[in-house]
Write a protein that binds this ligand. Structure first.
Ligand code: DGT
Ligand code: CA
Ligand code: CA
Ligand code: ZN
Length: 578
């Protein structure tokens, strides 16, 4: 099981224990462990497999928690959790996913109205009964209803990074089957969507059918949902990700890849275009319409996507654009963007070190970045408002900037800029004074607190922050945490327009749980004249690899290299921010 899922089980159990008002020491130790595990750069599963490593060597993980992790790895739950689930209806756990409701509120709702499910909670809110409870009000009712809607949307979905790792693992596994030529991920994963519902894999070659056999017998397959001659569906891993594998002939590979990559809306639009041109398009190929039989003589294209698009009078459309939002017209007019690629990225300008809450030193981060082939980085530790992260005050920020500069001059193998991720305070002031910020090369301003302000207040807050003459970029501009927290409400268009006017860059945060900005917001911002940076926000050298996810978001937002500051050389970056 992935760290994130293990952490969730622990946190949920802590929540249930809090609902049942148990020993707060135990509750706290579960929560602490959940935090440590969630942020830990190496998978617990791989530490368990490595005889040279011990879970208890990790700070914050004692013997008790280590045993729990082992039990979770074995069977997907642990004793204490089962015990708590025996005590309360499982529906209470689900209620805890609703933003705005903590364990105490859930308990109160359960005791007062016997609320045990989301549906019941929704009813209580709609009947305006929530507001009758102590410390709750009409506003909370609205908020809970909104949270319920967003929870329902995300339920059963997984982060792109999670899907990508599962796909990588399965592709490697299936590729080793004799006679298998290609194994490819299609669906929302191939389109780079920030969350995926299920994983769609395609296999070709004479061994493709044997691959189906091997697929259903993978040790991490927990349930076979169905298996036929050309297709199998399984639940993969303890997290229960559904994976569909289809075996097909190389001659229809392009048509199948096109069909199963979607999106559905793109497919529909493509099919109606095919019809207008006298063809039919399906997962086997593009055929002439007057002979609907699946017969090679009427098939005009099927082996590659390129030839199918070409026969339809279209340039090949990158999967990230296939959302039926203008790509068809652009492909027809040969006006598709020349999308940014990871190889265009030359710097990474948002990362943390042990100076605040990062796990590696400046030298280690620089070394890792150099190994990845980057030409420059900016070190952006937190400012003092994030006390939990050991954020820097003015004195430390300036001293650290000097240290960064000194080390940069001595030579770290790549250019290192001194920066800061400065908190934007509730009123829009920057957390550190101007004269300290003036000492830094690169200041990213981020909101980490008071995210529940009214939209107008949040908009003003961001506009005010942009008045700071040293602010160069806005970090994770919407604050969303995928599958957990919606973006905070504000007038994005107004903020984007102001950012464009002041030449403040908008960050596309590449960490897989943020991937903020979304495709739609990137496009809206670009239309207003904004420029962007794609940054990993790394807290560990391993996180530098997340750049690929940020690049995919940028591609979904139709961005080209010139839209993105950190595709430029270190010298040009320095000029642009001077
Ligand atoms: P997901 O899994 O919810 O993240 O999203 P997708 O896009 O991967 O959707 P999925 O797995 O249901 O189907 C994969 C692709 O197969 C989808 O993008 C387009 C194609 N497809 C599935 N069902 C239909 C359909 O009813 N009509 C058409 N035209 N295409 C479909
Ligand atoms: Ca899918
Ligand atoms: Ca599917
Ligand atoms: Zn941040």
């Amino acid at each position: 099981m992935e760290n994130r899922a293990i952490a969730r089980l622990l946190a949920e159990t802590a929540d249930l224990m809090e609902i049942s008002a148990e020993d707060s020491f135990r509750i706290r130790s579960y929560r602490t462990a959940a935090g440590v595990i969630e942020g830990y750069p190496e998978q617990m599963a791989s530490i368990l497999k490595d005889p040279e490593k011990k879970l208890t060597d990790i700070a914050g993980i004692g013997k008790g928690i280590a045993a729990i992790i082992e039990e979770i790895e074995e069977r997907g739950s642990f004793e204490r959790r089962d015990e708590m689930l025996g005590k309360y209806p499982a529906g209470l756990l689900e209620l805890l996913n609703i933003q705005g409701l903590g364990p105490k509120s859930v308990r109160l709702l359960y005791d007062t109205y016997k609320v045990e499910s989301i549906d019941e909670l929704e009813r209580i809110c709609k009947e305006q009964k929530l507001r009758d409870l102590p410390r709750m009000g009409a506003k909370l009712e609205e908020k809970v209803l909104r949270s319920i809607a967003s929870y329902r949307k995300t339920q059963g979905r997984f982060l792109l990074s999670f899907g990508q790792r599962a796909a990588d693992e399965l592709i490697e596994y299936l590729s080793s089957v004799a006679g298998v030529e290609t194994v490819t991920a299609a669906g929302s994963l191939r389109r780079g969507k920030e969350t995926i519902g299920d994983l769609d894999l395609l296999a070709t070659g004479t061994g493709a059918e044997a691959a189906l056999e091997k697929f259903v017998s993978h040790p991490r397959v927990h349930e076979v949902l169905g298996k036929g001659p050309n297709k199998a569906s399984v639940k993969f891993g303890l997290e229960g990700l559904q994976v569909d594998l289809r075996a097909l002939g190389a001659e229809s590979y392009g048509a199948a890849l096109l069909y199963f990559t979607g999106s559905k809306e793109h497919n529909i639009s493509l099919r109606s275009r095919a019809q207008k041109l006298g063809f039919t398009l399906n997962e086997y190929g593009l055929e002439l319409l007057d002979n609907a039989r699946l017969d090679n003589e009427t098939r005009v294209a099927s082996a590659t996507e390129e030839e199918i698009y070409a026969k339809l009078g279209l340039d090949w459309i990158p999967p990230e654009l296939r959302e039926n939002s203008g790509e068809m017209e652009a492909a027809e007019e040969h006006k598709l963007p020349r999308l940014v690629e990871e190889r265009h990225i030359r710097g990474d300008v948002h990362m943390h070190t042990t100076e605040s809450d990062g796990r590696a030193t400046l030298a280690e981060m620089a070394e890792a970045a150099r190994e990845r082939g980057l030409e420059y980085i900016a070190i952006t530790d937190h400012s003092k408002a994030l006390a939990m992260a050991n954020g820097l005050d003015e004195k430390r920020a300036v001293a650290f900037a000097h240290q960064v500069r000194e080390m940069d001059q001595r030579g770290l193998g790549l250019r290192v800029f001194s920066g800061l991720e400065c908190d934007i305070l509730r009123d829009g002031k920057m957390d550190l004074a101007d004269d300290a910020l003036a000492e830094l090369d690169w200041v990213v301003g981020s909101v980490h607190s008071y995210m529940n302000l009214e939209a107008a207040e949040m908009t003003d807050r961001l506009l005010r922050a942009m008045e700071c003459p040293h602010l160069k970029a806005i970090g994770h501009p919407t604050g969303r945490i995928l599958l957990h927290r919606e973006s905070f409400p504000f007038d994005f268009e107004v903020v984007a327009a102001e950012a464009a006017r002041r030449k403040i860059y908008l960050e596309i945060n590449a960490s897989p749980e943020r991937l903020d900005l979304s495709a739609a917001l990137i496009r809206a911002a670009k239309a207003r004249g904004c420029k962007f940076v794609i940054s990993t926000d790394a807290h560990h050298p391993k996180h530098l690899a997340n750049m690929s996810y940020g690049v995919r978001m940028a591609r979904r937002g139709w961005l080209e290299p010139r839209d993105i500051l950190n595709t430029h050389s270190a010298v040009d970056f320095a000029k642009a921010i001077a």
